[in-house]
Every structure is written in structure tokens, then in C-alpha cells.
Design a protein around this ligand. Structure first.
Ligand code: NAD
Ligand code: MG
Length: 336
């Protein structure tokens, strides 16, 4: 079905039934505030996820690492025009690493539209992307704090967290999204410098930032780590990266057991293939870029906007029983 074609009769009747229940006040009886039913959003027709976003083939393209989302073709959708909030994170104070582009940008935009003040970290070379995100956060009426710097040292990770907490007036939401992925076809090509840089970025920095953040956090605070389908089913050219994603999933579960009793929740998001700068800066073998994401049941990669709601869900008190959970979105590839 193409976008904007009328929904099938069964979908319509289901909505009518739900609408009828809401009108009858049934939702209010299970605890939803009455205001939630008043002025309900206009019906939106079902969208076909297969045709909702660009399909491969994409133009061949490469950028020097870390790259800019703004120079990609097609430009990734981070929800800039589409994500609508409903106050689910009102007043929260969030730090998002890798918040300039890709999945981190989508999470940062969604957090702001849900009412959170947001600090983002990124590399100095990514300032143009970061400034686009800052503008979107401010348009949402929220405070934006831009903190560039390289997370591969413990000293900077501590400064990052302290500055975010100081400028936001606290910290109760940490999304660890930054990551390094550089493909190498054979173990012989994987240098110790590569191995070190990947582990520093994906494993050590996650540990350092989380360790620095926890003293700022009280009950109800949430940490969301970004693992990957690669942590469960690795590609052969990601011999350093994929194990860091398995580490992140395991670290998430262990920390969740440690701090859950304090009312702090730690969960993980496991994306499948998403169209981001990571892929066109050496993360995916160059010859595979034009067909990136074609191996999903939709025949296309995800757009960052499609996974932002999962970060919102794990941050919000509505997911209060989720702790140590790894939740994925990979369009039916059979992974978390
Ligand atoms: P991206 O390139 O847009 O984001 C990665 C970000 O990491 C960069 O923007 C950069 O700011 C940050 N970063 C990297 N090294 C850094 C360093 N040394 N210091 C500070 N910041 C640094 O790509 P993305 O795909 O949105 O990646 C976000 C996360 O999602 C990563 O953890 C990645 O492993 C994970 N992921 C991505 C995919 C995918 O298909 N795109 C799939 C699974 C998991
Ligand atoms: Mg970036």
C-alpha cells in the first residue's frame, strides 16, 4: 500500500471502536487523565513502513570520519519536522553523547520536544551538525547546551558530565549514543590503534561517563545505552566494534542489577541498520553503501527518526518496570 492510500476497512473499524471507547470515557477509568482524551489528535492514516522512507540504491558517497549528516544524500530524517512531543519528559535534564547526528540527534530532538532540557556532546569537527541540533532544541523552547570534546579520555568524560549537570541544573537522563565503527576486512588489517580507539570510545567512555553521571542521579533517573544488532550477530568486518556492542548489552544488565534498588533504571537500545554518518565514513565497506539496509524485510535501512521514540519510552516513567532490558528495532531481522 502506498502512503496516503485509505486504510483498509478493518483498520478503520478498529479506530472507530477505540474512538468510541475513548468518547465513552473508558480510558479515564483505567487511570488516564481526562485531559488526555480531550481534543484528541486528528486520525492519522496507517503508513506503509516499506515505502515510508527512501529505499536503496543510494548514491555512492564517502566522507572523512566523523562526517556530517548534513552532507549525506539523502539527508537522514532525525525527526526535525516530524517528531511531535506530548510532555512525556517535561522538566527532565538530559545528556546525549553523539547528539550531533544520527541516532543521538534523533534522541536529542525527541527529548526536547517531550519537554527536556538537553546537553549534547560531539567531536569539534561536527560543530555544523551540532548547531543544527541546538537550533531545533531551542525552537522547542528548551535549554540546549553544546559540549564538544573527545570522550576517549577519562578527564574529558568527567568534565563533560560535570558541565552538563552544572548548566542544566542537574542530570536525570543519560543517553550514551556516541560510537566508533570502522570496518576492516581482515584481522591482519586491524591495528592496535584501531582496536584501542574503538574500545576507548565504545566501552571505556561509556564506563567513565556513566560513573561520573551516577552521583548526580536520584530515583527516577534513567540511563540508556546504545548497543547494536552487531552485539548479537556480528559482521566479519567489525571484529573490534561488534564485541564492544556485546559488552554494552552486558554492562547494561549488570549495572541495572546494581543500581535498580536505588530507583535508577539502565536499559539498552539495539538498532539494526540505520542511515547515518557512521556508515559513510568507513563504518560500512564502501561498495556496500549504495545497498545499505537492503537486507531488512523492508528492503531499506531505518532512519534515525524511527528509533527516537524508543529512547523516549525508556526514559519516561511509563516504562518504569523496564530495567536491564535491551530493546531493538531492526525491521524484522530477527534480532532484539
Ligand atoms: P553517527 O556517526 O551519526 O553518530 C556517532 C557519533 O559518535 C558521532 O556523531 C560522534 O559525535 C560520536 N563520537 C564518535 N567518536 C567520538 C569521540 N571520540 N568523542 C566524542 N564523540 C564521538 O552514527 P549513528 O549511527 O547515529 O551512531 C550512534 C550510535 O548508534 C553508535 O553507538 C552506533 O554504534 C550505534 N548503532 C548504529 C547503527 C547504524 O546502523 N547506524 C546500528 C547499531 C548501532
Ligand atoms: Mg556526527
Amino acid at each position: 500500500m502506498e502512503p496516503n492510500t485509505p486504510p483498509p476497512p478493518d483498520a478503520l473499524s478498529r479506530r472507530q471502536v477505540l474512538g468510541g471507547l475513548a468518547a465513552a470515557g473508558v480510558a479515564a477509568t483505567v487511570g488516564a487523565p481526562a485531559a488526555a482524551n480531550a481534543g484528541a489528535a486528528p486520525a492519522s492514516p496507517p503508513q506503509n513502513p516499506v515505502t515510508q522512507y527512501p529505499q536503496p540504491p543510494f548514491p555512492q558517497q564517502q566522507q572523512p570520519w566523523p562526517g556530517l549528516a548534513s552532507r549525506m544524500t539523502p539527508r537522514p530524517d532525525h525527526g526535525e519536522t516530524s517528531y511531535k512531543g506530548s510532555g512525556r519528559l517535561a522538566g527532565r535534564k538530559a545528556l546525549v553523547t553523539g547528539g550531533d547526528s544520527g541516532i543521538g540527534r534523533a534522541a536529542a530532538i525527541a527529548f526536547a520536544r517531550e519537554g527536556a532540557d538537553v546537553a549534547i556532546n560531539y567531536l569539534p569537527a561536527e560543530e555544523p551538525d551540532a548547531q543544527e541540533v541546538v537550533a531545533v532544541i531551542r525552537q522547542a523552547g528548551r535549554k540546549a547546551v553544546a559540549i564538544p570534546g573527545d570522550i576517549r579520555t577519562e578527564a574529558f568524560c568527567q568534565q563533560l558530565v560535570d558541565r552538563a549537570a552544572r548548566e542544566l541544573g542537574g542530570l536525570d537522563l543519560l543517553a550514551n549514543v556516541a560510537g566508533r565503527q570502522q570496518q576492516r576486512q581482515a584481522i591482519a588489517e586491524l591495528t592496535s590503534e584501531d582496536f584501542d580507539a574503538t574500545l576507548k570510545t565504545n566501552a571505556y567512555a561509556l564506563f567513565w561517563i556513566t560513573k561520573a553521571a551516577l552521583p548526580h542521579m536520584g530515583p527516577g533517573s534513567t540511563i540508556i545505552n546504545t548497543t547494536s544488532e552487531q552485539g548479537f550477530n556480528p559482521d566479519p568486518w567489525l571484529l573490534d566494534y561488534a564485541p564492544t556492542k556485546a559488552f554494552i548489552a552486558n554492562f547494561t544488565k549488570a549495572l541495572a542489577k546494581q543500581v535498580g534498588k536505588r530507583g535508577i533504571r539502565v536499559n539498552g537500545v539495539a538498532p539494526g541498520p540505520y542511515w547515518t554518518a557512521l556508515q559513510v565514513t568507513g563504518g560500512t565497506p564502501q561498495e556496500k553503501v549504495p545497498t545499505f539496509g537492503q537486507d531488512t524485510p523492508y528492503g531499506r535501512p531505518g532512519q534515525p527518526a524511527e528509533i527516537a521514540a524508543l529512547y523516549v519510552h525508556l526514559a519516561s516513567p511509563e516504562s518504569s518496570f523496564a530495567n536491564g532490558s535491551i530493546m531493538g528495532e531492526s525491521a524484522g531481522k530477527g534480532l532484539p
